[in-house]
Design a protein around this ligand. Structure first.
Ligand code: PNS
Length: 163
């Protein structure tokens, strides 16, 4: 069984992530979306919120699971019996960091490989930080995140702004 692991912070999940999730799930038997437990205080959304948004966006697609992990990605990979990481690449600027991560992960465990998938052209400029920035200002995010979670993101930033 071919298992792919798509790791990230998903703070929050964007249409760019969903594009990779949808296309990656078609080239494997099981796709595991792995959400990193972020120990720094910079994460805007809690782990529970990030997982809830992912699950809502993914819906009932049968071969996709959402997990959380902390520590090393390669250790998580072992725990779910997976050997292949899938990552999205938006632009050449992503490449250097992703190459470093891919080589480091293979150095940590030489059975682990990383596959890269190009993001669709209309999502190339998109990132979680851009979505957070727009939502903080109160600007429209409907075109950039799954429709089912946009209201939740607005509410979160409205509450944070009121505090
Ligand atoms: O969405 P992000 O923040 O770009 O995702 C980064 C992520 C989660 C893929 C990366 O930080 C990661 O794999 N962290 C787990 C810790 C680890 O394995 N570190 C060694 C490689 S740097």
């Amino acid at each position: 069984m071919r298992v792919l692991v798509y790791p990230g912070s998903f703070d929050p999940v964007t249409n760019g992530h969903m594009d990779i999730i949808e296309r990656a799930s078609k080239i494997c038997d099981k796709l595991i979306v792995a959400v990193l437990v972020n120990h720094s205080k910079t994460a805007a959304f809690t782990m529970e919120e990030r997982i809830m948004m992912l699950k809502k966006a993914i819906g009932d697609r049968k071969n996709i699971e959402v997990h959380s992990f902390s520590g090393l990605l390669v250790d998580f990979m072992k725990s779910v019996n997976a050997k292949t990481i899938i990552k999205g690449l938006r632009a050449v600027s992503d490449f250097e960091y992703e190459m470093q991560m891919a080589l480091l992960n293979r150095n940590l465990d030489n059975e682990i490989d990383t596959l890269f998938m190009m993001t669709s052209i209309n999502n190339c400029f998109l990132s979680s930080s851009v979505v957070r920035e727009l939502a903080r200002i109160g600007a429209g995010i409907e075109d950039y995140v799954p429709h089912s979670i946009a209201p939740f993101i607005y509410e979160k930033f409205k509450k944070a702004g009121a505090e």
